[in-house]
Ligand binder design. Structure first.
Ligand code: ZN
Length: 98
């Protein structure tokens, strides 16, 4: 789990997951606004997008049913929800994505 750069408190799973989507969030301990470190964010996007692209390609190639594709995507989504908070790193300042 990520640590607040301001007060050093370890964030809980829920807050870490939310900042993964919103990119900034106030620390529940000190109230300081924290941002996701950009290179980390880029890696998370790649981690999310790559298996999805593989899934879509595979579903066309192997002729998966729509239900199966949705089921695999749903399982993948749940796994991502669990993993995402562990990949997040926090910073006091917002940095450009590139
Ligand atoms: Zn804090």
């Amino acid at each position: 789990m990520p640590y607040c750069e301001n007060c050093g408190t370890e964030w809980n799973w829920g807050d870490s997951l939310k900042i993964g989507f919103t990119n900034n969030r106030k620390c529940s301990n000190c109230g300081d606004r924290q941002y996701v470190v950009p290179d980390n964010r880029l890696r998370t996007y790649l981690l999310t997008m790559l298996p999805l692209i593989i899934l879509i390609t595979a579903s066309n190639y192997f002729d998966f049913s729509t239900q199966l594709t949705i089921a695999i995507a749903a399982v993948f989504f749940i796994i991502m929800m669990g993993v995402l908070p562990y990949t997040v790193k926090l910073s006091n300042k917002q940095k450009p994505l590139w």
